[in-house]
Write a protein that binds this ligand. Structure first.
Ligand SMILES: Cc1cc2nc3c(=O)[nH]c(=O)nc-3n(C[C@H](O)[C@H](O)[C@H](O)COP(=O)(O)OP(=O)(O)OC[C@H]3O[C@@H](n4cnc5c(N)ncnc54)[C@H](O)[C@@H]3O)c2cc1C
Length: 429
């Protein structure tokens, strides 16, 4: 059962801290996990929540939040301890990110792009096949990236959408990396590139292609291109419905030279990861798990007359409101259950059942968060949707979740239907 506010957390001079979305005892988390997750929750509630409205209104990147994430060690949440990070595994990161998403969707979503640069090059890459020389080289290279993050607060992004079928995993990326002495020359375009103009490094997925070769997904490279490199530019405006603080503009790369140490994964490893570690694409969902909880928390507080800055009018005595809250609570617990299971079983070579469950979890969270926000608006009523309150932002932000490639809500349905009915390689011919 989710309790919106901890009853005994109030200490002199401090606000009462919310209870965690996933109670550490009930969900059997270790003390270390609980401590990392509560660090994220406290920062989210006590600092990010108040700043969220301005970032949203001005479609401004949450730079101040990133400074705080760095100070709290959370930019390096998934960096191994031996490299100075917190060493959080996939599940711990997902639960911490949900807590950030509860208070600022745009910060959680962009933090996800940053953290995945370290999660994919770190624990995920450790699960994949590499020969000894490639593994040693990878260890040396990633330590360069990790040092920048831990020591200097460097921010990484993950632009891979190009407007075609590549981000959905269908064809090779159109952004090309031509091998040259000491590195590559990269040219191409990325759309919806969150953190554009604000990240220090763009973690670009592109296709390595020598003169006269055909593009192949097998030759996907994952390169951290310095934002200040010659030939990199940010174009277009950014004035969307929701997730406005992500600043997801268009990135252009024109003959950008990138040195070999920019590789976040050795050759062939991204392709291997996409085949063998599919939960890597579930990492956009924690933000929306947090938004689902936020819609529920708001509704309970509003009906109890406990939203700061609003009159203490109670609306909880109406049976229709009670039924709506019951429906929301049931929906929230359903989302939490499938999502917790899916993020707990992320590893290499999952079973078919686990992969289908991951798609189902993604679909449930991405669609469910907005269903909860919709119910919250209907239940709380007109005064609750004013821009002075967070609910309408939660509603707009949550609408964007099911659009996120490669696991959009449509693509999840498509894959579940096909993969449930056909075994690998099966046809009707
Ligand atoms: C707030 C926000 C932040 C974002 N940040 C990033 C980011 O940092 N990095 C990044 O790479 N991208 C990012 N994206 C981009 C996102 O993942 C999508 O690529 C983007 O929304 C563009 O989608 P589209 O609807 O134009 O895609 P389209 O390619 O036009 O697809 C439209 C729909 O068709 C379906 N579809 C697409 N391809 C297939 C297929 N092969 N088979 C079946 N159905 C298909 C999907 O359901 C999809 O939603 C962000 C998007 C948003 C909204």
């Amino acid at each position: 059962m989710t309790a919106p506010v901890s009853k005994n957390a109030a200490t002199a001079g401090k606000i009462a801290l919310d209870a965690p979305i996933f109670d550490p005892n009930a969900f059997r988390l270790s003390e270390e996990q609980a401590s990392i997750i509560s660090r994220a929750r406290e920062l989210g509630q006590t600092v990010f929540a108040d700043r969220a409205a301005a970032y949203d209104r001005d479609a401004k990147f949450p730079t101040e939040n990133y400074r705080d994430l760095h100070r709290a060690g959370l930019l390096g949440i998934s960096i191994p301890k031996r490299h100075g990070g917190l060493g959080a595994d996939y599940q711990t990161y997902a639960l911490a990110a949900a807590e950030i998403g509860r208070y600022c969707g745009a910060t959680a979503l962009t933090w996800n792009m940053h953290v995945c640069s370290t999660l994919w090059s770190g624990p995920l890459a450790d699960d994949l096949d590499m020969d000894a020389a490639s593994r040693a080289e990878h260890e040396r290279r990633r330590s360069i990236h990790y040092k920048r993050i831990v020591e200097d607060g460097a921010i990484y992004s993950q632009p891979f959408s190009e407007g075609g079928a590549a981000a959905a995993g269908g064809v090779a990326f159109g952004t090309e990396a031509k091998p040259v002495k000491g590195g590559w020359v990269v040219s191409g375009k990325k759309i919806f590139a969150s953190l554009s103009g604000h990240a220090d490094y763009y973690g670009v997925l592109c296709t390595e292609i020598a003169e006269g070769e055909k593009a192949s997904r097998r030759n996907t490279l994952y390169l951290a291109i310095p934002a200040k490199a010659d030939g990199v530019s940010v174009v277009g405006d950014w004035d969307p419905l929701g997730m406005r603080g992500t600043v997801s503009r268009t990135l252009l790369f024109k003959d950008v030279f990138v040195e070999e140490d920019a590789a976040l994964m050795p050759r062939g490893v991204y392709f291997q990861a996409a085949q063998r570690w599919p939960h890597m694409f579930l990492t956009l969902s924690p933000t929306y798990m947090g938004l689902a909880q936020a819609a529920y928390d708001f509704t309970v507080r509003y009906l109890r007359g406990e939203i700061p800055g609003t009159p203490p009018v109670k609306r909880r005595m109406y049976p229709t409101k009670q039924i709506a809250v019951a429906q929301m609570q049931i929906k929230l617990e359903q989302i939490k259950a499938i999502w917790f299971q899916a993020v707990s079983e992320a590893h290499a070579n999952p079973s078919k059942e686990q992969v289908l469950r991951a798609y189902a979890a993604q679909y449930s969270v991405m669609e469910g968060a907005n269903e909860l926000a919709t119910l919250a608006i209907r239940t709380c009523g007109g005064q609750a949707m004013l821009k002075s309150l967070p609910l309408e932002r939660i509603y707009r932000d949550s609408r964007c979740g099911s659009l996120m490639l490669p696991w959009t809500a449509e693509l999840c349905l498509d894959r579940i239907g096909r993969e449930a009915l056909y075994e690998a390689g099966e046809t009707d011919d």
